[in-house]
Design a protein around this ligand. Structure first.
Ligand SMILES: Nc1ncnc2c1ncn2[C@@H]1O[C@H](COP(=O)(O)OP(=O)(O)OP(=O)(O)O)[C@@H](O)[C@H]1O
Length: 254
């Protein structure tokens, strides 16, 4: 995806995303990082057409995303939110099947392809055995996997995730990030996500976009992060460590 001079304002006064241009590399994991309120979700929501930019364009396969019909766009890009309203009395399988809506029409029978995609989505997220379980009976971590399964059933090449690990304990955070990595490495999905944990961003991303006050201040491989630019962006002092675990930061204080 190519983002070209995007400006988004939620209130018509402040530019919450301010003249941003970037490229989301295909087949890679891109993570948007930055302090609270810097515009991460607004940028992600612009890629997924949830936010309409006042200025600029986003191109997907050389076509402006506004030109795609809703169903065609849903076949290209799926998004999973941080928190989702859980419908009552619905099984995992039923929820995942909603991911097939972009493919259904009155004139074509897509049942075989639908079943195949649903099975693949359930298998990839390790939910096959629980397919007939009610969503309400699941823990928060399992539920997040179901929403990802629904997005996978959409069979889109680009998967956007807005703070997918928020509200999850350490176990489910790591499980979810490993799943995202598997989806990228095994199926070549392009991942674009927002994360707050810098160490997770370093460990699981190929590409980082670092934002501050609606602008991109640095982008590239995780090695672009330094104690200096983290201080500038987050106003936090960190120590950078490099050892057999790879690179990671240790927050020292504000
Ligand atoms: N629907 C909205 N109406 C008005 N202002 C909004 C709306 N959504 C976001 N904003 C404002 O836009 C700015 C950027 O918000 P955004 O959610 O994109 O930031 P973020 O970097 O994702 O923040 P966080 O890390 O806290 O989730 C914030 O100041 C926020 O208050």
């Amino acid at each position: 995806m190519q983002v070209s001079n995007i400006t988004v304002s939620h209130d018509g006064k402040i530019n919450h995303v301010d003249n941003v241009s970037t490229i989301i590399p295909r087949g890679k994991i891109t993570t948007i990082i930055g302090p609270n309120g810097c515009g991460k979700s607004t940028l992600l929501g612009t890629l997924s057409r949830e936010n309409k930019p006042q200025q600029g364009q986003v191109y997907l396969e050389e076509q402006d995303i506004v030109q795609y019909k809703p169903k065609e766009f849903a076949k290209k890009l799926a998004i999973v939110y941080q928190q989702n309203q859980t419908p009552k009395d619905i099984t995992i399988e039923k929820l995942v099947s909603f991911g097939r809506l972009p493919y259904q029409s009155m004139f074509t029978n897509t049942q075989d392809a639908d079943n195949e995609a649903i099975n693949w989505a359930l298998e990839s997220t390790n939910l096959l055995e629980k397919r007939y379980t009610d969503l309400e009976a699941l823990s928060g971590g399992e539920r997040q996997r179901v929403w990802i399964a629904m997005a996978l059933a959409q069979k889109a090449e680009i998967l956007c995730l807005d703070e997918p690990t928020t509200y999850l304990d350490m176990y489910y955070q790591l499980e979810l990030l490993a799943l995202i990595q598997k989806l990228n490495q095994t199926y070549g999905l392009t991942i674009v996500m927002v994360l707050h944990d810098i160490n997770q961003a370093i460990r699981y991303s190929d590409h980082l976009i670092m934002m501050k006050q609606g602008k991109i201040v640095a982008e590239g491989a995780p090695s672009l992060l330094t104690a200096k630019n983290i201080k500038e962006v987050y106003d936090v002092n960190v120590a950078f460590k490099h050892d057999e675990l790879g690179a990671y930061i240790v927050p020292l204080g504000v």
